[in-house]
Ligand binder design. Structure first.
Ligand code: HPA
Length: 264
């Protein structure tokens, strides 16, 4: 048993955890809704070192709407240290604790006129525009992970039902992962549009690949903080992302709470 598994069991109890949630930029406060304990990543060997403002680097384990959950208050992004597998140990640890499904969240820029800042988008699929992969160097044949239906159809249907019940719009679209940390150029956004992207962001795709590698079911939701580069006059910045994320966060919390209640 890994050291992190042992520490989490000691502090949070050994009942299996059903679902894990990763919170994106400006969404960290959702972690405080969990009725349980918060364990700083710094106490958990192998967990990420997060250096991005607007993120809460601790693991919250407890119940939310009657479901035992683990909420990762922050992620390490590829652009922080150049490691696409930065979340691998954290996800392996959660898997060892019983987690069967993962819902990832992020802040993203929209390429679609009908999906505006403050709106949410459920990822129907993704495009790995970065060309990076967290499984490069993995020596086993398990590295050849099928990515058809990587964004789990049953979880997506349940999230859409939860959104409908809460009266929150949850359009689906394709998320393109661009490495960051610089934002995209307008030409890159035009390219992503031609390739079939509906939103663009700097995270989530490596975690979806790792989750599928580990056999976790996965789904992801973006909170749209801005129109992508060149699509509006608004200046794109990290400050703006952090300021806008809470607009979608309240809707996201409603959907997730309803999804968990339906699951319980
Ligand atoms: N591009 C990339 N990442 C982002 C954006 C964007 O426009 N907005 C929020 N995260």
């Amino acid at each position: 048993m890994s050291k992190s598994v042992e520490i989490i069991r000691n502090r949070a109890g050994s009942a299996p955890i059903e679902l894990a949630l990763i919170l994106g930029s400006g969404l960290g406060h959702l972690a405080h809704a969990v009725n349980g304990v918060a364990i700083p990543y710094a106490d958990l060997p192998g967990f990420p070192h997060v250096s991005v403002s607007g993120h809460n680097p601790s693991l919250h384990v407890g119940t939310l709407e009657g479901v035992r959950v683990a909420v990762l208050g922050a992620r390490e992004h590829y652009y922080e240290k150049g490691n696409p597998a930065a979340m691998r140990v954290a996800l392996e640890t959660l898997k060892a604790l019983g987690v069967g499904s993962l819902i990832a969240t992020n802040a993203a820029g929209s390429l679609r006129a009908d999906i505006r800042p403050g709106d949410l988008m459920l990822l129907s699929d993704h495009i790995n525009f970065s060309g990076l992969n967290p499984l490069i160097g993995e020596p086993t044949d398990a590295r050849f992970v099928p990515m058809t239906d990587a964004h789990n159809p049953a979880i997506r249907a349940a999230l859409q039902a939860a959104a409908m019940a809460e009266g929150v719009a949850l359009p689906q679209g394709v998320y393109a992962w661009y490495s960051g940390p610089s934002f995209e150029t307008p030409a890159e956004i035009r390219a992503i549009k031609i390739l079939g992207g509906d939103a663009v962001g700097m995270s989530t795709v490596p975690e979806v690949i790792l989750a599928r590698f580990l056999g976790l079911k996965v789904a992801a939701i973006s909170t749209i903080t801005n129109m992508a580069a060149g699509l509006s006059d608004e200046k794109i910045s990290h400050e703006h992302t952090k300021a806008m994320a809470p607009l979608g966060a309240a809707k996201l919390e409603k959907i997730l709470r309803r999804y968990l209640r339906d699951m319980a």
